[in-house]
Write a protein that binds this ligand. Structure first.
Ligand code: AMP
Length: 111
């Protein structure tokens, strides 16, 4: 069981700022920007590349949640979404999550 599953099950605490029947949004414990949130599906999914066709709506929902939460906290004009897929891309928790980063300028290309 992953750490994020324990957060979904409320077995370990997190600073949850949004929740609906399909998703959960909480603050990253090691923030890389003044605003650093994690948007996760409640359904266990290891990584984006493991998603099946039936997950299309859920993945789209997570993107909608990102925009909705950004509006709610007033950062809708400037934020970055990041998904690390696989250990070599920086994924350390193997439950799909979208990083929402805001509150500072961002450079391109990313590291
Ligand atoms: P990734 O490296 O893309 O898999 O992202 C995993 C993220 O989870 C990292 O940014 C970690 O800081 C974050 N993280 C790890 N443990 C916790 C936790 N208990 N609560 C909140 N965020 C966490």
């Amino acid at each position: 069981m992953t750490l994020f599953q324990k957060i979904i099950d409320k077995e370990i605490p997190a600073d949850i700022i949004f929740e609906d029947d399909l998703s959960l949004v909480f603050k990253d414990i090691n923030p890389q920007a003044p605003v650093h949130l994690l948007i996760i599906p409640k359904k266990p999914m290891v990584k984006v590349s493991d998603a099946s066709e039936e997950d299309k709506e859920l993945l789209g929902h997570l993107m909608w949640v990102a925009g909705e939460v950004a509006r709610q906290i007033g950062v809708e004009d400037t934020f970055r979404l990041v998904v690390n897929n696989g250990a070599k891309a920086g994924q350390s928790v193997f439950h799909v999550h979208i990083h929402l980063l805001s509150g500072r300028p961002f450079s391109w290309p990313p590291g």
